[in-house]
Design a protein around this ligand. Structure first.
Ligand code: TK8
Length: 338
């Protein structure tokens, strides 16, 4: 090796290691503590992704941006945390879009039933124009929407009977998320829908304050609903996402470099979380079978009947959310489908 070549290698190696050490060293990054709240427990998909996000943030910031995570709604329900972020009392959170629709009504589109057929379609819409436009609408309400995590396709559980047809929902008190569309959909299908924050749900099921609920398989497993709900019905009736958000009041105090690092870590957590959620979904199903849940799948014909039944609710909210928005949504889904 010639000396010149050696020097060149050294220069290259130094440049590389600087790049790896990250923007953090040279950039305007101050030591900060970020409180990140979420609703599920630490052993859930959400818990794992929160830990991943905290580690990633610490890594990309060279240890300066430290995140403390609080699971099991220890900082409050989704709705309470939204308020805390808007007021500047908490820095970050992840929560469902359903209660966010109380702040930005357009988020209600994700509560429209039987919209997406696959995770791939959901990813395309959420990471595409519509999903990103929606995140921007949060700013006016004091929130900065960063990325979508997967919660997943929702299915029903209850303590009374298998749901083979919509009629089987008659008389079932079914907890739904705090959202007008969810309420309308389940009442129209025949259930007695009861809106309630997730943080109160296990106890409500255990004490039979409600008979049933609906959530993705991963949550039914991690929240141990199988201990109090003998029946699981696979309906995949709606795909609801989670949104990772920051308080705008707090965000505005960050330097552009810091904002960039938080975004970067959030994007990495999104990719991690979606992969983990999809793998966990299969595993969770086996756990639920082994736990002795009685599992049935609603037939495609019955899904078509349910779809028809809830069409008036879809029509009503198409008007309320804006026919143009719903058209854009359907166009984007169609594009992803083909
Ligand atoms: C967790 C909730 C949960 C949601 C629900 O805080 O409320 O049923 O599915 O994931 O956001």
């Amino acid at each position: 090796m010639t000396i010149r070549f050696k020097t060149r290698l050294l220069v290259l190696a130094t440049a590389l290691s600087c790049a790896v050490a990250g923007v953090a060293a040279a950039a305007d990054v101050k030591p900060r503590l970020i409180r990140f709240g979420y609703g599920l427990n630490e052993e859930s998909v959400q818990g794992r992704a929160a830990r991943y996000l905290a580690q990633e943030l610490e890594k990309v910031s060279g240890g300066k941006l430290k995140m403390k995570t609080f699971g099991s709604a220890n900082l409050g329900s989704d709705e309470q945390m939204q308020g805390a972020l808007a007021g500047g009392a908490q820095e970050m959170m992840v929560g469902s879009t359903a209660p966010l629709a109380g702040m930005v009504k357009e988020f209600g589109v994700f509560d429209l039933p039987f919209l997406f057929n696959s995770e791939k379609e959901a990813d395309a819409v959420l990471d595409g124009q519509l999903g990103q436009d929606m995140l921007k609408k949060l700013e006016a309400k004091g929130l900065v929407g960063l990325v979508y995590w997967e919660n997943g396709f929702r299915n029903m559980t209850n303590s009374k009977r298998p749901i083979a047809r919509a009629e089987d929902l008659q008389g079932i008190k079914l907890r739904v998320m705090q959202n007008q569309i969810a309420l309308g959909v389940f009442n129209t299908l025949g259930a007695n829908a009861v809106p309630m924050p997730f943080s109160e749900l296990f106890t409500a099921l255990e004490t039979r304050t409600v008979d049933g609920q609906e959530n993705p398989i991963t949550t039914i497993q991690s929240s141990k609903f199988y201990e109090v709900q003998p029946f699981l019905t696979i309906t995949r009736h709606v795909y609801t996402p989670w949104v990772v958000m920051a308080s705008k009041k707090w965000w505005d105090t960050l330097s552009p470099d810091e904002q960039k690092l938080v975004r970067q870590a959030a994007e990495a957590s999104r990719d991690f979380e979606r992969k983990d959620s999809r793998a966990d979904s299969t595993k969770a199903m086996t756990t639920l079978e082994q736990a002795g849940m009685k599992i049935n799948t609603v037939s495609p014909e019955e899904v078509a009947r349910m779809r028809q039944k809830v069409q008036p609710v879809v029509d009503k909210y198409t008007q309320e959310l804006g026919p143009d928005l719903i058209k854009q949504l359907n166009d984007e889904i169609q594009k992803a489908r083909n």
